[in-house]
Design a protein around this ligand. Structure first.
Ligand code: ADP
Length: 322
């Protein structure tokens, strides 16, 4: 193997740059040339692919976003466009790919391998942490800390005005950010797409807490299918209890920012391992973490299996916010 490609795809996540840097530098140290594919599958289809040298990735380990840009490509869902993408890869003599992205990106990577036998190894990059086969994904720790920082600030106002706040965090299909932020932020109640938290229970818990002398509360909710869910919850709580809830939607600010040390370390380890796995001649795998260990998991297993929100974390948050 002499040349490999690297791309970021789907939603951006802090730490993707640290991963790109590690791919480029580890591969260079193994005498490989590295090509950056810009805007994910869009760039692969358009041939927007350029060599990257170790100095090109200087000073990016601390930057959020992705220097390769990312994208979503409806065209790549079609076999004829994937064939066009594969042609560009082959024309440049690229013999292996590192895909940094989430579930959708891995589906695309799996299709490239199945249809065109282009070796590809995935590393999980998404703030949502909703990837089966890895305890943590690149960007999750940063997103949780960003949301937590916001909650700590909101708590100042909540406490000063004796208010109830509903804070909406990201997570369309998953509650990993909500459960972690809820526990770490001392939330009274946590709503996720898969926990069966009800408005009735939330109202009961908040009223109980008021009786016990608490004057302010924080409820954390994942956005679910419809961003702005926090407004619906506030209305439902008001109807049920007369309690007035203020809403704060954190939105895209959770995606940006300088990656935490944990995310930089995770990104560096996963990316370096991906290069080594490609060099061993392996493909169609994701590198993940299990405890402190790095593991490989077949891409089709990763995309077929759901990683559920930890009810233990939610239950612990409930037990501790009395
Ligand atoms: P993420 O990787 O963060 O989950 P998306 O779900 O948006 O992000 O997926 C990123 C891109 O991966 C999509 O825009 C599409 O180009 C490609 N992709 C997703 N699913 C498939 C699929 N089943 N087959 C081929 N390509 C896919």
């Amino acid at each position: 193997m002499k040349k490999i490609g690297v791309y970021t795809s789907g939603g951006d996540a802090p730490g993707m740059n640290a991963a790109i840097r590690a791919v480029v530098r580890m591969a260079t140290s193994k005498k490989l040339e590295v090509f950056g594919i810009y805007q994910g599958y869009t760039g692969m289809i358009d041939g927007n692919i350029h060599q990257i040298l170790p100095r090109d990735v200087a000073n990016i380990i601390q930057r959020g976003g992705t220097i390769l840009k990312t994208g979503r490509s409806a065209e790549f869902m079609k076999a004829d466009f994937r064939a066009k993408a594969a042609e560009h890869i082959r024309a440049l003599g690229i013999e292996g790919l590192v895909c940094i992205g989430g579930d959708g990106s891995f589906r695309g990577a799996h299709a490239l391998w199945e249809e065109h036998k282009i070796p590809v190894v995935g590393i999980p990059g998404t703030i949502d942490n909703d990837i089966f086969g890895s305890d943590n994904t690149i960007g999750f720790d940063t997103a949780v800390n960003t949301a937590l920082d916001a909650i700590d600030k909101i708590r100042d106002t909540a406490a000063s005005h004796d208010r109830l706040f509903i804070v909406e965090v990201m997570g369309r299909n998953s509650g990993h950010i909500a459960s972690h932020v809820g526990l770490a932020g001392g939330a009274e109640e946590i709503f996720t797409p898969d926990a069966n938290t009800t408005v009735e229970r939330a109202v009961e818990r908040i009223k109980d807490s008021i009786q016990r002398g608490k004057s302010s509360s924080i409820v954390v909710t994942a956005e679910g299918q419809k961003p702005g869910r926090a407004y619906d919850l506030a209305e439902a709580i008001r109807k049920k209890s007369g309690l007035d809830a203020k809403v704060c939607i954190l939105g895209h600010l959770q995606r940006g920012g300088s990656p935490t040390a944990n995310d930089r370390i995770l990104a560096s380890r996963l990316a370096a391992a991906a290069v080594e796995v490609l060099l061993k001649g392996q493909s169609d795998l994701m590198i993940g973490t299990e405890g402190q260990k790095l593991i490989t998991v077949p891409l089709d297993v990763v995309v077929k299996t759901e990683k559920k929100t930890s009810m233990d974390l939610i239950n612990l948050a409930m037990a501790l916010s009395i």
